[in-house]
Design a protein around this ligand. Structure first.
Ligand code: C2E
Ligand code: MG
Ligand code: MG
Length: 757
């Protein structure tokens, strides 16, 4: 589930990180970016604009008016194209009014707006003291104002500003000769303010300024030309007098309005460029892609600015940093977490792969791999894994071999079809017939394979099933084991077996069946074997060997066995109460036989129940799963000492039944039904049965023959001297009531018997 929505989680996380980082970093990065961008593209100012620095000669308006009138008069002689009087004068005296009138519409009056008073998105201000109409006459009244950012740097200049409901053209718009019905525009901050021609009004009045400097030019007669009257941030050139910003704004004004575009177009372009190349194997292609992405991030805003779109670089830089960190982290993860010490990709990396259609997932396990490693110096472990991977790689013609824990290797390979498959794996196995030579150490290797051919599952599930199959192949010694899809369907049931067994024992779904045993000498039923049964309400009857195996795997066999013992004791007591001696047999799992707790738990039960242990027979089977043989023998001896009879079950099929016979002071030997069922048709089997009976008797053991299904076998065994008979011919495993009824109908003292006997 988590895996399925991983990309979604990553996207949401990235979005939050981006939003957070934007607030913290994007605006400062933008600030640095714009400063650098205009500093690096610095150019000289146009010579058609001249600033005449107006000094305020007195504190009184009248005094200033006289002086400004005098300056204007001097200016007249130089014949400028247009004059902007930016002196903040509201009501001048008659001398100034007369002078202003003499200029007609070649003079404009400028009022300044406090930059912070223009709200973002609007251009309206209120309560601005504009020049009196009497003063302005025919001169146009202009308003100069700017939009500023957090650091009081000018970002945009409005084309017009509304004062108390009436729109006034901005000084910059007027200088650029554009109307007042446009939006904002971006000042051209690349103009070097130092290169703007500035002269003092004093030079004009005393005639020292050359007329040619001003003739035909636009003259800004301004008190805002000194930093004393206020400055604002000018990208690339720190703080500048306001009139310099007017000049930059006029230079940047274009008939096309500027849009402060919040839409992150550069971010999107950046992502579109770097995302597809991030997983390219060719490092040059990858880095070229990243280079293009960075180029877009840094030059994109400049290009967009050219087309009237204001997009910062801050957001893209934030995305770049987030992307860079994420890529570095994932590459580190790939290198460190997804690669083993062998340098081979590990199973985490394989889990992330998509298995192509028609491909199988194969896991190979090297037997005793941990033992090899234990004898090798640590620095050779990687080399050992690489050598093994090379052999697999040659054998299956695949470059990518994944290395897991404990000698597991995996790869994907095309489906060869069931017939070819075994041959192919036998061939691979043959590659390992030559020993491995690692740093002077030589090892014989033994390899087993697990294969998953269930294309419908995801890679991780397939990897796990192939691993399980490989472990089974290793355990069973087979070359290859294949995981069947239906096993996966059973997996939830098997995995919750613990709880189900407990519930089954409580509610009666798990119960004991009893199979009678016939004693030839006394011609009577003298005992029974307790056999567990499970009728699951959903799955129906489950075969004991099937769920006992699961219970053993789940570590639940102890509880099950002690429950069987308790039930069998109750039944044995009930049967013995009927008169003659009745022997009850119970099966002991090979997984339990060597457990230290076996003897104490069993003695606790028999002491509590107060039963004579001699009435109980414990059947044991010798299998490979008896882990600790000496402990098993010790436990069985202790049980015998308590009075239990010991029986060697399935004699002739176990791995070392004769060893058990030699080591264990058993009382009984149960001939497996494989020999018994064939003894009437196979002379060899008959001889085996005969000699086993003789061997058992020679060792003082009783012999029970299992699986007697017909009278011929029954008679034959009686003649051969077998002591006890068990099988469908005498009686199938049945409920306790049925056993009791059968016992009573045959007669507890052997009065009735089989007709043929
Ligand atoms: P087992 O101990 O060798 O039990 C004899 C098996 O042979 C029983 O199978 C029985 O039903 C079957 N059988 C008996 N007579 C005949 C016959 O004439 N013909 C044929 N074809 N089969 C016959 P079941 O009950 O399916 O049990 C299978 C195995 O499960 C048992 O083999 C035993 O190893 C194990 N088992 C059963 N109950 C328990 C238990 O309580 N604990 C443990 N640990 N294992 C148990
Ligand atoms: Mg048995
Ligand atoms: Mg048996």
């Amino acid at each position: 589930m988590m895996q399925k929505h991983r990309n979604l989680y990553v996207a949401v996380f990235a979005l939050f990180t981006y939003a957070f980082a934007w607030w913290i970093f994007a605006a400062p990065v933008d600030q640095v970016y714009w400063n650098a961008r205009y500093f690096l593209s610095e150019r000289q100012a146009d010579k058609s604009v001249v600033v005449v620095r107006l000094d305020q000669v007195s504190d009184e308006a009248d005094g200033n008016s006289n002086y400004y009138a005098e300056v204007l008069k001097s200016l007249h002689k130089t014949a400028p194209a247009h004059v902007y009087l930016d002196a903040g004068i509201k009501r001048g005296n008659s001398a100034l009014i007369t002078e202003i009138r003499s200029w007609g519409n070649r003079l404009s009056l400028v009022a300044r707006v406090n930059p912070t008073s223009i709200a973002h998105g609007t251009s309206s201000v209120s309560a601005l003291d504009l020049p009196d109409r009497a003063l302005a006459g025919t001169a146009e009244v202009l308003v100069s104002g700017f939009r500023v950012n957090f650091w009081k740097y000018v970002t945009l200049a409005p084309c017009s500003i509304e004062v108390d409901g009436q729109a006034y053209r901005s000084l910059a718009a007027s200088m650029a000769g554009i109307g007042c019905n446009r939006g904002d525009f971006r000042p051209d901050f690349s103009i070097d303010p130092v290169s703007v021609q500035v002269i003092d009004s004093g030079a004009l009045v005393d005639g020292s300024a050359k007329a040619s400097m001003l003739a035909g030019r636009t003259v800004l007669l301004s008190t805002s030309a000194t930093s004393a009257t206020g400055t604002l941030g000018y990208f690339g050139h720190r703080q500048q007098p306001l009139v310099m910003l007017d000049i930059a704004a006029a230079a940047g004004a274009s008939p096309r309005p500027f849009v402060d575009w919040r839409f992150e177009i550069v971010v999107i372009l950046f992502i579109f460029t770097v995302w597809p190349v991030r997983r390219m194997n060719n490092r040059w292609v990858r880095w070229s892609g990243y280079g293009v992405g960075v180029g877009i991030a840094l030059l994109g805003p400049v290009a967009f600015e050219h087309y009237g779109l204001l997009v910062g670089a801050g957001s893209t830089c934030v995305v770049m940093v987030v992307f860079g960190c994420w890529r570095t982290w994932s590459r580190w993860r790939e290198r460190v977490i997804e690669t083993g010490n062998s340098g081979l990709p590990n199973f985490i990396a394989l889990g992330k792969q998509k298995v192509p259609t028609g491909f199988n997932l194969v896991v190979a396990v090297i037997g005793r791999y941990e033992e090899f490693l234990a004898t090798l110096p640590t620095d050779l472990h990687g080399e050992c894994a690489r050598q093994i991977a090379r052999r697999f790689s040659v054998g299956c013609r695949t470059g990518e071999i994944y290395h897991g824990e404990g000698g597991h290797f995996a790869w994907l390979e095309q489906d060869h079809g069931a017939d070819e498959q075994l041959e192919h794996f036998e061939g691979l196995k043959a590659l390992f017939s030559a020993p491995l030579l690692v740093g002077g150490h030589m090892f014989d290797t033994n390899v087993h394979f697990g294969i998953d051919r269930n294309g419908q599952f995801d890679t991780l599930t397939r990897l796990n099933t192939a691993l399980a199959s490989a472990s089974e192949a290793l355990k069973s010694g087979r070359t290859i084991e294949q995981f069947e899809a239906n096993r996966l369907a059973n997996a939830p049931w098997e995995l919750s077996l613990l709880a189900r067994i407990d519930e089954g024992m409580r509610n009666g779904d798990i119960w004991l069946a009893y199979q009678p045993q016939w004693e030839f000498a006394e011609s009577r039923i003298s005992g029974a074997e307790a056999l567990i049964r499970w009728n699951d309400p959903v799955r129906g009857p489950i075969r004991p060997d099937e769920f006992i195996l699961q219970a053993e795997r789940a570590g639940r066999i102890d509880a099950l066995t002690y429950w069987v013992l308790e039930q069998a004791i109750s039944s044995a007591e009930a049967m013995n109460a009927l008169g003659s001696r009745f022997q009850m047999s119970v099966n002991l799992s090979a997984q339990l036989v060597d457990k230290p707790s076996l003897v104490s738990a069993t003695s606790e039960i028999v002491l509590r129940r107060g039963i004579d242990c001699r009435l109980l027979t414990i059947e044991v089977t010798e299998t490979a799963s008896v882990y600790n043989r000496p402990a098993a023998i010790k436990n069985l001896l202790a049980l015998k000492a308590m009075g239990f009879r010991l029986s060697i079950d399935d004699f002739g099929t176990g791995e070392a039944s004769l060893c058990y016979l030699a080591d264990l002071p058993s009382d009984e030997l149960k001939l497996d039904r494989r020999f018994v069922s064939r003894m009437t048709t196979s002379d060899r089997d008959c001889k085996i049965v005969h000699s086993t009976i003789n061997l058992a008797h020679a060792l003082g053991q009783q012999v029970v023959a299992e699986g007697i299904e017909d009278i011929t076998t029954f008679d034959m065994l009686r003649r051969l001297g077998c002591d006890l008979a068990q099988g469908y011919y005498i009686g199938r495993p049945e409920t306790f009531e049925q056993l009791r009824a059968r016992y009573l109908s045959f007669g507890r003292d052997g009065v009735k018997s089989f007709t043929s006997c």
